[in-house]
Design a protein around this ligand. Structure first.
Ligand SMILES: [Zn+2]
Length: 266
């Protein structure tokens, strides 16, 4: 899908050339059980904003930009989901269809414990509804903690399994956890070798023509539940980009921080 709304091109917010942002969501619901569970009302507000402002682009658009084959308006935004939670199908997809906003679901090809995941037939349903499918490994282990052979197996086996189940090529990848230590230089090499063309991290920031030269360490921007209404347009315009520096510094602290967060939420 092409960028909608001609004449709604967003001016650059600084730096050389256009900036794109890729948003990360995980699951949807009204329980506010965790920062990664976004309410249907919040998601609809955000998707409606993307549609009305003409920012929404598809994975194919971003891949073409990263490959240097297409220019996109600065401020373009791609919606992504990690893991494959059932609420992507039941909550998010009807909203995306209503506003004709494209998206990508990075799917766990295995069934690791601790995850509630869509069945493959449900994943085929969301694909038929217009969601692009990418890989999020088999087992959701940090690739940085594995041997080269194990990391290659996670990358290759998940891609083959998803291609078999979906009947289409899978060439985009999102790292479990996605901090710097989950994508060491060795891991980044493996992503290319396993046949992917893009790899998305959890490091915050915008994709520019210069960052696109590292197609296997692309930044994203997390969207969390309970974000105040004014924050989303600011976030799409780069207000959270500076958190990339914090991500880099706090990489070693991120995991203890996450488990502590879960304890507080439980
Ligand atoms: Zn994940």
């Amino acid at each position: 899908m092409a960028v909608g709304g001609a004449g709604r091109v967003v001016p650059p917010s600084g730096g050389p050339g256009p900036e794109l942002r890729v948003l990360t969501y995980h699951r949807f619901g009204d329980g506010h059980r965790a920062p990664f569970t976004v309410s249907a009302a919040q998601f609809e507000r955000e998707v409606a904003y993307l549609a009305a402002s003409g920012r929404a682009v598809s994975l194919a658009d971003v891949e073409a930009f990263v490959a240097g084959k297409r220019q996109l308006p600065s401020g373009s935004v791609l919606v992504t989901f990690d893991d494959g939670d059932p609420s992507v199908r039941t909550v998010a997809v009807p909203i995306l269809q209503k506003y004709a906003v494209p998206s990508v679901a990075y799917i766990l090809a295995g069934r690791p414990t601790g995850f509630d995941l869509m069945s493959f037939s449900q994943i085929r349903e969301i694909q038929a509804a217009g969601v692009s499918i990418g890989s999020h490994t088999v087992s959701h282990r940090s690739l940085g903690s594995l041997s080269r052979a194990e990391a290659m197996a996670e990358l290759v086996d998940s891609r083959r399994r998803l291609e078999d189940e979906m009947g289409t090529a899978v060439h985009s990848f999102a790292y479990p956890f996605g901090t710097a230590k989950d994508m060491t230089p060795q891991v980044i090499d493996c992503v290319g070798e396993a046949g992917y063309t893009t790899g998305f991290s959890s490091l915050h920031g915008a994709i520019r023509a210069d960052t696109a030269r590292q197609p296997y360490a692309l930044p994203r921007v997390k969207v969390e539940s309970g974000d105040p209404q004014w924050l989303f347009p600011a976030l799409c315009a780069g207000a959270m980009d500076r958190w990339r520096l914090v991500d880099d510094m706090l990489t070693n602290l991120q995991k203890p921080a996450e488990s502590q967060l879960q304890k507080t939420a439980a």
